[in-house]
Design a binder for this molecule. Structure first.
Ligand code: DI6
Ligand code: FE
Length: 405
């Protein structure tokens, strides 16, 4: 079939946040064939530059489509009971050690079919998309057998086929120790390295591999074995690091070229330095910080000092961040972590794309993919300042308007 170019779409007089900064003047933006092909100060725009384009919008704020670079969107069931137990004083770690927490979601996820998992994940994905997400990372990690981890990853891939969104998948086999391996965590890591990672790579189901390096999860030595297996199979590396304690996991990940170290409340200066040297992105997850009522703040000043790019994500999951509201994350990052609105927006666009190894995404520039949001606000900082659903006027995915209000 011959390739039919899409007709061009033109936006006039929009305030553009380009993924790193707010451009100084209102802009005209042209999209053709899935890409941004023109970007001019609106005052200098001559309609002859885009003679066949249709005007798609005028005014408002345009940002890159939001990139949610850390989610656990595919799972079965919910954990409201655990939420109540925490309100009565139990800690997240105590609940996990007593067989609740992640393991209770593992039980529900193992029992669910692919179709059931898809049905349950879809509304969560739609909530992210309705608030501007055009690229989402989805982790496995609630199956913890080869078959159940692959089942989760297949559901994640299917979500990317059924909805107008880019899905990046991550195998998180080393999320928790499944009960059948009690007392044999090294044996479970053997399974992850020798069976899960090869199978996920073979079937093309995972783009990256992640681990939970923590005293309630896996040791640095075990995580290192997982990183080596990921490297052998050509998969990217990510790490849940320094969430509840300082294990040196960020520096370890950086040594293996990790794309990102995520959570990092307990990260120290050596870890920050290692990340800066390796180009590892620091992913901040204020939803988990908020839900667990953490008090230890991630080392934002050090990350700034060493110029480590800071990404921001929802961590949407049933335990520590049951929140599918990306612009709320912008607000939480500012109120809880004192990011500037500009840093928060870069965290959910340009820097989140870097955390996924997608250097072209999360930006508005000539040549970049036309994944865009047009917001009914007057300035980009409003997206972080006010918490308010329904501000997305248009969502453009791959050059096509997929949401309009
Ligand atoms: N850290 C987290 O915050 C999530 N996973 C992880 O490694 C929590 C997942 C859960 O509680 O279900
Ligand atoms: Fe997580």
């Amino acid at each position: 079939m011959p390739h039919l170019p899409q007709p061009g779409l033109l936006w006039r007089d929009v305030t553009v946040f380009d993924g790193l900064a707010v451009l100084p003047e209102p802009m005209a933006v042209l999209v053709e064939d899935g890409r941004v092909t023109g970007l001019w100060p609106d005052s200098a725009f001559d309609p002859h530059q885009a003679p066949r384009a249709t005007e798609a919008g005028r005014g408002g704020v345009m940002t890159p489509g939001l990139v949610d670079c850390h989610t656990h969107l595919v799972f079965a069931g919910q954990r409201a009971d655990e939420f109540e137990r925490r309100l009565e004083g139990a800690s997240y770690a105590e609940i996990a050690q007593a067989g609740g927490g992640i393991i209770s979601t593992v039980r529900a996820t193992r029992a669910a079919s692919e179709a059931q998992l898809l049905d349950q994940a879809l509304p969560r994905l739609e909530a992210l998309m309705a608030d501007g997400v055009t690229t989402v990372e989805i982790k496995s990690g609630y199956g913890l057998t080869v078959a159940d981890e692959l089942k989760m990853l297949r559901v994640a891939r299917r979500l990317g086929k059924e909805a107008p969104v880019r899905v990046v998948t991550t195998l998180l086999g080393a999320h928790a120790l499944p009960p059948e391996f009690a007392g044999n965590s090294d044996g479970y890591i053997d399974l992850v390295c020798e069976a899960m990672i090869p199978a996920a790579a073979e079937e093309g189901l995972a783009d990256a591999v992640d681990v939970f390096c923590e005293n309630i999860a896996f040791t640095p030595a075990q995580c290192e074995r997982v990183f080596q297996a990921a490297q052998r199979h050509g998969l990217g590396i990510k790490v849940h690091a320094e969430q509840l304690s300082n294990q040196g996991a960020s520096a370890l990940g950086a040594r293996y070229g990790a794309m990102s170290a995520d959570h990092i409340e307990w990260l120290d200066e050596d870890g920050v330095r290692a990340m800066a040297e390796a180009g590892t992105v620091a992913t901040l997850l204020p939803g988990a910080f908020h839900t667990l009522r953490e008090t230890r703040l991630p080392p934002i000043e050090l990350l700034r000092k060493y110029q480590v790019p800071m990404a921001l994500a929802s961590d949407a999951n049933p335990g520590t961040s049951p929140i599918c509201f990306p612009t709320l994350m912008l607000n939480l990052a500012c109120t809880l972590f004192r990011l500037t609105p500009r840093e928060a927006l870069a965290g959910m666009t340009r820097h989140a794309a870097l955390a996924l190894g997608l250097p072209d995404a999360g930006r508005i520039a000539v040549g970049s993919p036309a994944d865009l949001c047009l917001w009914s606000v007057q300035q980009p900082a409003e997206l972080a300042y006010a918490v308010q659903p329904g501000r997305l006027r248009q969502r453009v995915f791959n050059g096509v308007v997929t949401h309009e209000q």
